[in-house]
Ligand binder design. Structure first.
Ligand code: ADP
Length: 499
């Protein structure tokens, strides 16, 4: 195995790409338009295969198949134990093909082959097995309502689910989405990201071998604004689940609202902080910081792209990070010594490099990296900026690449405040040996005993002022203003209306 861009492979050959068409009602079919698009190997920029380009009319066909499978097929009606059996078989088949699948994600997404084989695909298998175990344990509740009445709730499959998948974890996201739907007895239309369609089509094939009935899993490859938008706006999809950028999440929610008001699950972007406190072990903290933002080449929604370091440990940590970043090997995803493969595509590569240039122009200091690397493909050095101000674009925007912003803070309170100074909310990390700090910082709201006492006294004062004897008279209307922050106030315009 040679590094960086050479033609390398798992075992002795690159994976065979057998499945390039839409998977609808248990069959691989061309798009109705006959159109195809290229999927690119980010190690070289070369075309791997041409993939069927589905759009609205193909999504419609897939929804019809899923609807038919839901309304008339066996899947929702099978005992949970039978769905479990088929799902476990599906998981076994994924396991038997783990090398080929990890290799597929490596050439399609630039993910490390070793990580795919040891972490990503095993995690995907585990997800499928976990939900297989849940398939016969989906219980409602019994409710004692009165002497005469007893109620119960049933948990039933919602129907046809649309799943829109991102490109950074093609295998994990496929199973994070498909597995609970399968367990519940739903049928689905899956739209993989256009950058990474290969493994999703392979999973469709394996699902059929495992015995998942036709029409339960349909995979429509294609672009976001066409195929993706057709899923989120379809009148006969009962729920949509999306993972991807915040901007597109907004569009998905709008489309769901303006079509049939289908419920939506969104998992969107982040600019997550890692808070490192003075008492942390510097070596461990540096390793965590590096892994937090450079793993999967920074293409990770929960990436800890803002590293906030308490001042007492700052200089030592900076020194360690600079050394460790040098030893972080960027190279071909099949090379066992690589820590980081290429970015997923040219768009992403250009976007990251332009953020790095922006960081330099804004006055942040480059501690490591800052350039592309390799003779071909979309490789970028692991990049660390120091002297980053909270207001800089590189501290505000999700870059989705191997770019760390290092910031210094003094007190715990300052650390918390600055960690929260982001328009995103997704994840956060804390490195400390002090459990008290860990618990306080990780809780959303904690009252001290004094604050609690003061709060109770305020409540008692309000209750004693407001108490009045009940009377049988026409009620007097005392409250006619807006109630904001515990006070009755006029509207800002001063306008009123009659009731
Ligand atoms: P990125 O911007 O990082 O590529 P996206 O959020 O655009 O991530 O992509 C995530 C998924 O959303 C992909 O499957 C993509 O095709 C899909 N997608 C993109 N645009 C839309 C859209 N307007 N409606 C629905 N899905 C979309």
């Amino acid at each position: 195995v040679e590094s960086n861009g050479s033609s390398v492979c798992f075992g002795s050959k690159l994976p065979d790409i057998k499945f390039t068409k839409l998977f609808i009602n248990g069959e691989f079919v061309d798009a109705l338009s006959g159109k195809t698009f290229e999927t690119i190997d980010p190690r070289t920029g070369e075309v791997i295969a041409r993939i069927a380009e589905g759009d609205a009319e193909d999504v419609d066909l897939a929804v019809k198949a899923a609807r038919d499978a839901f309304d008339h097929g066996p899947w929702p009606r099978l005992p949970g134990s039978e769905r479990r059996r088929i799902m476990l078989k599906f998981a076994d088949l994924v396991e038997q093909n783990i090398e080929e699948l990890a290799a597929m994600d490596a050439i399609d997404a630039g993910k490390l082959f070793s990580t795919g084989k040891a972490i990503d695909i095993p995690f995907a298998i585990n997800t499928l097995q976990y939900y297989a175990g849940a398939a016969d344990k989906i219980h409602g509740k019994t409710l004692k309502m009165s002497r005469e009445l007893q109620g119960y709730t049933l948990r039933e499959p919602i129907g046809v689910v649309g799943h829109i998948i991102p490109w950074n974890y093609p295998s994990n996201m496929f199973f994070m989405k498909a597995s609970p739907s399968l367990a519940a007895g739903c049928t689905m239309v899956i739209k993989p990201a256009e950058q990474t369609p290969l493994s999703a089509l392979y999973y469709a094939h394996l699902s059929k071998l495992a015995g998942v009935p036709d029409g339960v899993i349909n995979v429509v490859t294609g672009f976001g604004p066409t195929a993706g938008a057709a899923v989120s706006s379809h009148m006969d999809i009962d729920k949509v689940s999306f993972t991807g950028s915040t901007e597109v999440g907004r569009l998905v929610m709008q489309a769901a609202a303006t079509s049939n008001l289908k419920p939506v699950s969104l998992e969107l972007g982040g600019k997550s902080p890692l808070l490192i406190f003075d008492d942390a072990d510097v070596d461990t903290a540096a390793d965590l910081a590096l892994l937090g933002v450079f793993c999967n080449k920074g293409e990770l929604c929960v990436s800890s792209s803002r590293v906030l370091v308490q001042e007492g440990i700052y200089d030592e940590l900076v020194e360690k990070l600079a050394k460790k970043a040098k030893a972080w090997v960027v190279g071909d995803p099949f090379d066992p010594s690589s820590c980081q493969g290429p970015q997923v595509d040219k768009n992403q590569y250009d976007k990251i490099l332009s953020y790095i240039e922006h960081g330099k122009r804004e006055g942040a200091t480059l501690l490591a990296g800052g350039k592309p690397c390799g003779e071909k493909g979309y490789y970028i050095e692991p990049t660390i900026f120091t002297d980053v101000m909270d207001s800089m674009l590189i501290a505000q925007d999700e870059i989705f690449g191997p770019v760390m912003s290092l910031m210094k803070f003094k007190t715990v309170d300052e650390g918390i405040k600055r960690a929260n100074a982001t328009r995103y909310g997704l994840a956060a990390g804390i490195v400390t040996k002090d459990l008290n700090v860990a618990n306080t910082v990780s809780s959303i709201c904690i009252f001290s005993q004094e604050e609690l006492q003061a709060k109770r006294e305020r409540e008692m004062a309000v209750q004693s002022n407001g108490s009045s004897e009940p009377s049988m008279k026409v009620p007097s209307i005392k409250f006619t203003k807006l109630f904001i922050d515990g006070e009755f106030v006029d509207s800002i315009s001063g306008r009123t209306f009659e009731t």
